[in-house]
Design a protein around this ligand. Sequence first.
Ligand code: ADP
Ligand code: MG
Length: 696
Amino acid sequence: MTTASSTAKTLSATEAKFHRLGLLTPQDFILHLPIRYEDETEIQRIENIHAGQRAQIEAVVIDSQVRYQPRRQLSATVQDESGSISLRWMTFYPSQQQQMQAGRKWRIRGEVRAGFHGLEIIHPKISAPSSPLPAALTPVYSTTDGLPQTALRKAISSALIHGDVTDTLPSVILKKLGLMPFEDAIRILHAPSPNEDAQSLIEHHHPAWLRIKFDELLAQQLSLAAARESRRQKRSRPLAKAPGSLSLCERLIAALPFKLTDSQVRVINEISNDLTRSFPMYRLLQGDVGSGKTIVAALTALQAIEAGVQVAMMAPTEILAQQHYEKIKSWCEPLGVKVFWLTGSMTSKSRKLAAQAIEDGTARFVIGTQALIQDTVHFKELGLIIVDEQHRFGVGQRLSLSRKGETGDTVSSQFEAAKDQDLVPHQLTMSATPIPRTLAMTFYADLEVSSIIGLPPGRTPVTTKLIADSRRDEVIAHVANAAAQGNQIYWVCPLIEESEALELQTAVDTHQALSMALPNLNVGLVHGRMSNADKATTMQDFRNGITHVLVATTVIEVGVDVPNASLMVIEHAERFGLAQLHQLRGRVGRGHATSVCVLLYQTPLSLIARQRLRAMYETQDGFEIAQRDLDLRGPGELLGSRQSGVALLRFADLAEDGGLVQAAREMAVMLRQKHPDIAEKHLNRWMRGKEDFLRS
Ligand code: ADP
Ligand code: MG
């Protein structure tokens, strides 16, 4: 192979990884700001480091070997004058094995964890001990599998040279608001000099962060204002509720094995009224985990179907879509409404059939995943879109679905629906992550909100236990006990933000360790990298009680409903956000058995982690939890930190930066009126896929 071709190959592989992170243009790189900073200015003594911490040590290799346990892995022991620690590589190159020859000294960095045999660092960063220590903080960027920080740093510094770093705002405005120039701000954030105040950089109070936060909030306000304006001008087909007790809705209500709660009835009425209007509904239905949103969605769908349009319901995961399909089918088919199913894992033949039925209008009610928004799916007359667990979707995905209702998909549909040229579907989004009212007003300024308060009667609250990781053996014994009594158990593996590979590896390790510790039980494993078919089989086995213990990553976080599961163990609970813990805990407490949620944590706990765990212990009310989450962490977590898309705030924090929101709002109004050119330039910098957003 020639050097040129191998270079080209590595380049494109790296580029593919950049794309995965949404990094396409120099602008994207410039705004890919550090998720945190590492202080690598000092060397620690091994005796002083502890699990859960990032450490930097200098130590000599005293022993290293390749082990099979059962997978091939490299492990080494290193020591300094104060103590020793293990290093471990799940995959490694011969060069790394070379490096770990006994007697060699290295500078070693990484996250320390409590392994099954004492403290260890998995996949540490190794460098020569002689190189001078950095004088300033080292930025750390969010990355993806196999993309090293150094590659990101290089691409970012190049973007800082070649990209546009000019200010979007005139200096008079900056002066008035006391903000620093854009270019200064990003240079400080990407490459802080030793003079910058480390604390305020780490805590996001530094003036450089304030400038970035303001810019982001301003872009958000500008785009919300634009979206509002364009939405007002849209038209939708009014979908009146069929009168009388023979309507589909009334017949479903009469057939239900339970009585709707007052709260459900109220939100159903709110939604039903919206549907009768000739402009699009944009309504968010929020209600705690288990509050009964699915039936509200089904009733909404039936009103629309009876009024003569197609309905699409989309869930963020295959597991959840499948579950909705089964449940809603059992409700709707007795009424003569056939429910269709469309997901990515279907065979291409059955997908074609479903797509055909959607296009010719035979399919009136379709449930599925993101596959519903593929270009190959054309609805004949889509009148209502329901998006479940909306916080898990990117805004872009939601918007593609809402555009499905617009005509012009294909030439033929344009002809057929010429009279409906401008009709857009009504939209109901659902979320179990309640948003406190103040936040909803800023963030979803153009959305109506309906809330289901409380849970249906007859639920037994989940008992929450906080247990230190050192008592893991007791917890495993408890798992064995619960299984012996016929209950099923979820074992949730820790979230590892920096590395998907490590997250996966931890799940695989845990699965193996639990299988060994519980030889009489069937221990299953489900994670995000499995094929959809394998995931479905694993979930089905768990649902059918074949699997006793299900080791899972956070793929089970939303919506999953297995009533016989009554014990959940969450490892490293201190790493999860409050909303996420609440969602996870919502997977148990769904059946008759009294349920227990064990939050295993590793000491020492940070103050915020302690407050989060305490909140989990003290309350199960999702609204209360949301409020505490907002107080503790700010809205990023609340709105789903993984959400990508234009409306997401990556840097600003609505709870902390309330003052900036107000300033940004006023500035947005002023710019739209007096300086639309500045407004546009600013939006261009910040809004990836801005056009999608404005079209919505
Ligand atoms: P979520 O709001 O989390 O999506 P679901 O819609 O999955 O909750 O509802 C949870 C469970 O409660 C389901 O089994 C559902 O059938 C049941 N349910 C919904 N409404 C009621 C009610 N009014 N009374 C009793 N059970 C209900
Ligand atoms: Mg649900």
